[in-house]
Structures are given as structure tokens and as C-alpha cells.
Design a protein. Structure first.
Length: 482
């Protein structure tokens, strides 16, 4: 790895960043296309939610497994397979004749997406071995997130306006083809020297729990909360949760090391990520319907109204990283929670005639608030963790982000079902319970930000690190008892 030329390293970084670009950009692009998909395919409210949530749920469920697969079977091979599957899924999405096929194609797309980002990050850390060059490479990687947010709404809106909603999936095909070519030519194969055990039972129980919760939230309003199917799925989800916790606590090499949650900063970072990304998912989904269905804006205009979100992320994401490095996680988390709360409170005041300047202001405030949360979440997740466990801790934080988006979109149906069912003057009013809950999540971010950076929380992380480092569960419990 050290013999690679600087030019080749840059090419490898470009190929890895292309994968991040399309996976991240897909969320905002598809949200802008939701109203057109509903019109063209005759989708119901719950089916529209599944178009988004099937993607984020599969990503959340398979991120850790895909990262382990890359370590075991080869990172370049896994990355190329992921790019190929993602391209195939995108093609199937663009050809979907009905909403059921589109949901199934999004499932395929997410399988490919889950094999790209964690493996790409592993490739970057293997190729960029120097401390300074690795920091720069990861900085570029993080900047691509802001760029993808900026490109997503604008490019998506333009494609929908000029071509068709199916074009938002076509754009992935040439990008995937270029990334596959660059990877084949420039990326060296690598595997991990230490192999983690595969945990199929823990994986299955975790997936059953996540899908069960989201199914109840999305389908419950339509089927009825007392419907037999709703109750059965809820019971299965609860059982899967209990089974997951008990099984993982006893396993020597678990899918998710539950000991991590004894660290207050880590547990808080996970919850903060879920709260922030739930608000983010709900905002993107509901505002696309509000702007295009109730206000009558075109897809292009909708993308332009989202632009302050992206600009805020592009400017304040790196600023947040510098603040965390200098002052710790607390200032960024407090700013993030305050701005997210303020933006969602402003959303409760939406009407069918809210001026455009107010919509742009809301987009800017929530964009800045959201961009401030990522750096402190990652920092808090790995705070006090042993070096060899920091990757696993960071992966759990990444998974919690996807879980948050899934829950946010699912809550749209549970709390604002009438707004999703029909377009009309009552859309903004029907969405107010959702925005009030989102404001509560913003307050939760503030509270967790204060608690997770307290001296007591820091001590919990300091106590955990030496116990987790290389110790199996039995030894950990013995060390903890002493």
C-alpha cells in the first residue's frame, strides 16, 4: 500500500467518493420525485413511505454485515459487487411499471448501497496510511456528503422537470460504470488480518425488530391499530428486540457489542443520531409533498427551496468538525438541537400561503442545525473507545442514522396521515402533530448533548475502554465486578 503513487491514491479516493455521492444523493433526489411517483404509479400514502424506508432500512440492516464481508472476502471485490448491484437496482427502479416493483427495486438498490460506503471507507483507511494524508482523505469524504446534498434536490428537480421522475435513477448508471472502471484499474485488493465471526441470528433478530417497528408505524394508520395483523407484527417486533438483547449479551463476538452502551457518550450519540435523522427524514418527505401538492411548485422550484439546506451543510459541517476538535461535542450539539427545535416549531406555523422567504428561512435553519450534528455524533460514539473498536462503534452510529431516517418517514403516516392521503388546504394543519413531535426530538438532542458531555458521562467512557479492549463478555463481566 505504501508504494502507491500520489496520483493513484487520488484516483482511488475519487472512485470511493463516487459511491458515497450516489448513495447519499439518492435520498434527496427520490424525495423530490415522490409526488410524481404517486401521480404516475397511483401509489398510496403507505406505499410512498415504503419507497423511502425500504432503502434506509436495508442500508441500516446490512451496513455492519457488508463491512465484515469486505474484510473477509476482499474489499475491492465487495465494493465492485456493491456498485454492480446498486446500478442494477437503479435500472430496475427506472423501469418499474408499478409501485410494488419500484419498492422491490429499491430493496435491491439498498443491498448494493450497503456494500459500498463502509467498504469504501475501509479502502481509504488502507490506502492512506499517513496520519495527515488520511485526515485529508476523510475530510474530502465528509465534504462529498455536503456536495451530494447540494446536488440532489437541484439535479433531481431538473431531471424531473426536463425528462421524467425515472431519470433520477438513470443518473446513477454512468456514475456506477465510472466507479467500477476506476476500481478495477486502480484499487488494490485487501482483506482484514483478523476475521470476525458472522452472526446470522443476531442479524436476523435485529432486522426483524427494525422492519416490525416501521411496518406498524406505516401500516398501522391504514389497517387500524387494533387490527390483528398490526398487533401480531408488533408482538413479533417486541419479541425480536428481547431476543436480540439476550442473544447478543451472551455471544462471544456479537453483531453489535452491547457493552458499548455502558458508555454514556456512545449511548447518547446513538440516540442523538436517531433523533436528528428522524427529523431529517420527516422534513424531506413531508416538505416535498407540501411544496408540490399543496403549493403547486414544480420539482425544480422544490429543489431550489431545498438549496439553503445544502448550502448550510456545505458551510457548517466542516465548521462543526473544527468546533468539536477545539471545544468538544457540547457546543455543536446544543446549537444543533436548538436550531432543529426552532425550525420544527416554525414548521407548525405553515399554511397554504406561507411566503417563500419563510420557507427558505426554515430550510436554512434546519440545514445548519442538521449539519452541526454529524461531527459530534461521530466523536461522541468513539469517545473513550479502544482504537481497535472505534470502527465498530462508528459503524453503529452510522446504522443509527439510517434507522432515524426510517423512523422519521414512518412517523409521517402515523402522525400526519390525513396530510398524506389527499392534497388540499388542510395539509399544513394535518402535519402539525408531526412537527411538534420533531420539536420534542430537538429538545431531546439538547438534553442528551448536555448529559453526554458531563463529567459523569466522560467517566463512564473512561471506565469502559480498558474493559472492552480485547475482552470477551465473560472476562468483561468479571473485570467489571472487580
Amino acid at each position: 500500500m505504501n508504494a502507491l503513487s500520489s496520483r493513484r491514491k487520488v484516483t482511488i479516493l475519487i472512485s470511493c467518493c463516487l459511491s458515497l455521492l450516489i448513495v447519499s444523493m439518492d435520498a434527496t433526489i427520490v424525495n423530490v420525485a415522490i409526488p410524481n411517483i404517486r401521480t404516475d404509479l397511483g401509489a398510496s400514502a403507505s406505499q410512498l413511505q415504503w419507497v423511502i424506508d425500504i432503502y434506509t432500512l436495508v442500508l441500516a440492516s446490512l451496513l455492519l454485515l457488508s463491512g465484515a464481508a469486505g474484510d473477509r472476502f476482499g474489499r475491492r471485490r465487495t465494493f465492485q459487487i456493491g456498485l454492480t448491484v446498486f446500478a442494477l437496482g437503479s435500472l430496475l427502479c427506472s423501469l418499474s411499471p408499478n409501485i410494488e416493483t419500484l419498492i422491490a427495486a429499491r430493496f435491491v438498490q439498498a443491498i448494493g448501497g450497503s456494500m459500498m460506503n463502509p467498504v469504501a471507507m475501509s479502502i481509504i483507511t488502507q490506502v492512506f496510511t499517513g496520519r495527515v494524508e488520511r485526515a485529508r482523505a476523510i475530510g474530502v469524504w465528509g465534504g462529498v456528503v455536503g456536495i451530494s446534498m447540494a446536488l440532489g434536490p437541484i439535479v433531481g428537480g431538473a431531471l424531473i422537470q426536463l425528462v421524467d421522475w425515472r431519470a433520477v435513477f438513470w443518473i446513477n448508471l454512468p456514475i456506477c460504470a465510472l466507479a467500477i472502471l476506476l476500481t478495477a484499474i486502480f484499487v488494490p485488493e485487501s482483506k482484514s488480518a483478523t476475521m470476525r465471526d458472522v452472526d446470522p441470528i443476531g442479524q436476523a433478530l435485529g432486522i426483524a425488530f427494525l422492519f416490525g417497528v416501521v411496518f406498524v408505524l406505516i401500516e398501522g394508520p391504514g389497517m387500524g391499530w387494533t387490527n390483528v395483523r398490526t398487533i401480531v407484527v408488533a408482538v413479533i417486533a417486541a419479541g425480536a428486540c428481547v431476543g436480540f438483547l439476550r442473544y447478543e449479551a451472551r455471544r462471544r463476538d456479537p453483531f453489535i457489542d452491547l457493552r458499548f452502551f455502558r458508555s454514556v457518550p456512545f449511548a447518547s450519540a446513538t440516540m442523538i443520531a436517531v433523533c436528528a435523522f428522524a427529523v431529517w427524514g420527516a422534513f424531506l418527505f413531508m416538505m416535498s409533498l407540501y411544496l408540490q401538492d399543496e403549493r403547486g411548485f414544480s420539482a425544480m422550484h422544490t429543489g431550489l427551496i431545498y438549496l439553503p439546506v445544502a448550502v448550510g451543510a456545505l458551510i457548517f459541517s466542516p465548521l462543526s468538525g473544527r468546533l468539536v476538535g477545539r471545544f468538544g461535542s457540547r457546543p455543536s450539539l446544543l446549537v444543533s438541537g436548538t436550531l432543529i427545535t426552532a425550525a420544527t416549531v416554525m414548521l407548525t406555523r405553515l399554511t397554504a400561503t406561507t411566503p417563500v422567504w419563510m420557507l427558505l428561512t426554515i430550510s436554512a435553519v434546519i440545514g445548519i442545525g442538521f449539519s452541526m450534528v454529524n461531527a459530534p455524533v461521530t466523536n461522541a460514539a468513539v469517545s473513550g473507545m479502544p482504537t481497535d473498536r472505534a470502527g465498530a462503534a462508528s459503524a453503529v452510529a452510522s446504522t443509527s442514522r439510517q434507522v432515524g431516517v426510517s423512523l422519521g418517514v414512518a412517523l409521517c403516516g402515523s402522525l400526519a396521515g390525513s396530510a398524506l392521503g389527499t392534497a388540499g388546504a388542510d395539509f399544513a394543519a394535518a402535519a402539525r402533530p408531526l412537527w411538534l413531535v420533531c420539536a420534542g426530538l430537538g429538545v431531546a438532542i439538547i438534553a442528551l448533548g448536555l448529559y453526554s458531555t458531563s463529567p459523569r458521562a466522560v467517566r463512564s467512557a473512561d471506565r469502559l475502554a480498558p474493559l472492552v479492549a480485547g475482552l470477551p463478555h465473560a472476562q468483561f463481566e468479571g473485570a467489571r465486578a472487580t
